[in-house]
Design a protein around this ligand. Structure first.
Ligand code: HEM
Length: 201
C-alpha cells in the first residue's frame, strides 16, 4: 500500500476553504461595485445587500488570514541557501534538466506566495475597514480606495497562478486541500528536506 504523510491538519484544511470561498465572494461582489453591475442583484438580493455581505465576508476573510499565521509564517520566514538556489533555477519550471535544491514543507515559491497573499490581504482588509467604518474622513477614503484596489489587483494576479500551480501544474497537490495527506514518494520529489526533518527518510 502507498505510504502517506500528513502535510495539513483538519484545522488548516477548513481554514483554507474559508479563505478561498470568502476571497471569491469578495472578488465577485467587489467587481460588482467597481463596474456598477446591476446583474449582481440577482445573486446578492440588492446593491445594498451586496455591500453588507461584502463587508461582513471581509471580516471572515481577515480572521481566516490571521489564522494562517499559525500555519505558515515561521516556515515562510525561514530562508536558506536552498531558497536562493530555487530562485536561480526558476523552481525547475523552465527546464527539465534544472536540479532544484531540496525543499522544506513549503518550497521557496510557496513561501513567497504566502508572504504576498499575507501582505496584500492585510492591506486589503485594513483599508477596506477604513472605507467601511470611516466614510466621513475624505482624505483617508481616497487613499484607502487606491490601496484597497491595487492590493486586490495583485491578488487577482497571484491567486489564479496559485490555483494553477496547486492543480494542473503539479498533479497530486490538490488532494492536500481535501485530505491533507500526500504519498511519501510525491513528497520526496518536492519536499525532501521536510521529510528528513521529520525523520521519514
Ligand atoms: C479554489 C482555489 C484554491 C485552490 C485549488 C488552492 C489550493 C491549494 C493547495 C492544494 C494548497 C497546499 C499546497 C501545499 O501544501 O503544497 C494551498 C495552499 C495555500 N493556499 Fe490555496 N488554493 C485556492 C485558493 C486560495 C486563496 C483564494 C488563497 C488566499 C487568499 C489561498 C492561499 C493559500 C496559502 C497562503 C497557502 C499556503 C502556501 C502555499 O502552499 O502556497 N489559496 N492552496
Amino acid at each position: 500500500m502507498t505510504e502517506m504523510v500528513r502535510k495539513t491538519n483538519a484545522f488548516e484544511i477548513i481554514n483554507h476553504w474559508v479563505l478561498a470561498i470568502s476571497f471569491f465572494i469578495l472578488a465577485i461582489s467587489g467587481y460588482g461595485f467597481l463596474f456598477q453591475l446591476e446583474e449582481m442583484n440577482s445573486i446578492f438580493g440588492s446593491f445594498n445587500q451586496m455591500r453588507v455581505i461584502h463587508n461582513w465576508v471581509g471580516v471572515v476573510f481577515a480572521a481566516s488570514l490571521f489564522l494562517t499565521l499559525f500555519s505558515y509564517i515561521v516556515e515562510a520566514l525561514s530562508v536558506s541557501a536552498d531558497d536562493i538556489g530555487w530562485i536561480i533555477r526558476g523552481g525547475g519550471y523552465f527546464s527539465k534538466k534544472a536540479k532544484v535544491p531540496p525543499q522544506g514543507k513549503l518550497n521557496t515559491g510557496q513561501k513567497l506566495y504566502y508572504l504576498v497573499a499575507l501582505l496584500t490581504g492585510i492591506a486589503i482588509a485594513a483599508f477596506g475597514f477604513v472605507i467601511w467604518l470611516m466614510p466621513g474622513v475624505k482624505k483617508w477614503i481616497l487613499i484607502s480606495h487606491l490601496v484597497h484596489n491595487i492590493s486586490f489587483d495583485l491578488m487577482v494576479i497571484a491567486i489564479p497562478l496559485h490555483i494553477y500551480l496547486a492543480t494542473l501544474a503539479n498533479p497530486g497537490t490538490f488532494r492536500i486541500m481535501v485530505y491533507g495527506t500526500v504519498p511519501l514518494e510525491w513528497a520526496r520529489k518536492r519536499h525532501e528536506k521536510w521529510l528528513r526533518e521529520m525523520g521519514k527518510i
